[in-house]
Ligand binder design. Sequence first.
Ligand SMILES: Cc1ncc(COP(=O)(O)O)c(C=O)c1O
Length: 390
Amino acid sequence: MIDLARIRADTPATARRAYLHNAGAALMPIPVVDALKRHIDLEAEIGGYAAAAQEHDALEAVYGSVARLLNADPVEIALTENATVAWQMAFYALPFAPGDRILTAEAEYAANYVAYLQVAKRTGAVIDVVPSDADGALDVAALERMIDDRAKLIAITWVPTNGGLTNPAAAVGRVARAHGIPYLLDACQAVGQMPVDVEAVGCDMLAATGRKFLRGPRGTGFLYVRRGLLETLEPPMIDHFAAPWVAPDRYELRPDARRFENWENNYAARAGLGVAVEYALALGLEAIEARCRLLADRLRGGLADIRGVTLRDLGRNPSAIVSFTIEGHEASAVVAAAARAGVTIGASQPSSTLLDAQARSLPTLVRASPHYYNSEAEIDQLVAVCAELK
Ligand SMILES: Cc1ncc(COP(=O)(O)O)c(C=O)c1O
């Protein structure tokens, strides 16, 4: 059960602004900010190395928290500085030969797609985009038909950065498992917004960030790699933490997912990430998802009634990322008008999901992403701002 008054008291800025930019970077709750500050204060007092040693157990527990969030084992978790690095560490560890196929989806995120292009250029692998179904989600039957011996990776984004879509990640997982194809899932916008269970989804690798719907600090992310696959993957880059230097001519990769990490880390941010994950777990991801969807539906309903507004969201089961345009108003002007009214929202460029943007001739979109800590009144405030623009 979400106790809105208590949650908003934990998030003091909610008293001063309607913050609807959680797909960008959410507001951190006080316990997260306190954990960050405490660790920085400790570093200032006794030095960074002693602070990490003193907080060793709490910092180790962050792996357990992330593992619980994902229904994984702590040895399957690497902590990174963002989702992109987590994703890259997994993707660039995979071997590709000429003609090998990377299967992805139409709403794939730019950072991932340019990596496919680079690997295709380097190795001769090819990128095949699975078409979308009539609702705009990845067409699982089409994916099934595209599988052959050369399909070496399925890599998709679960909740794309714009467009409201929730791709059928678990149905994709069933196809990947049935054919024994590695499955890399970008769950950056999913974690913290809805339950994420790597067993239920059937992914082999999953990357996510701390600062979005999880409400963690900036500069945090994590990677899950399934045990079994983990031991077969040589990270694209290593240091002496990932792979201790055991003889003049030899290193030994760590057996756990920390082979994808390196030695130096922002421990204050890690401490904050751990608290953010525990905060979400304590509220319950089902309850969080239900409230996120309720608020997003309210927003879509309010916007749909305004003349000149076009909702740009896809899928039967839209996420809390609400994308739209307003005729005669650039996205940046809508964002600025909202800001003047005390409402924080963002914009999303066509280049961040280029295939989808080109297929649908999308301009820059206004992106409003409510979270469970928002009130219904804040949603209505944004709707009013948009209505007044006409
Ligand atoms: C779908 C998706 N994947 C990956 C990322 C990258 O995350 P990070 O900035 O933490 O590297 C984003 C960020 O917006 C995203 O929306």
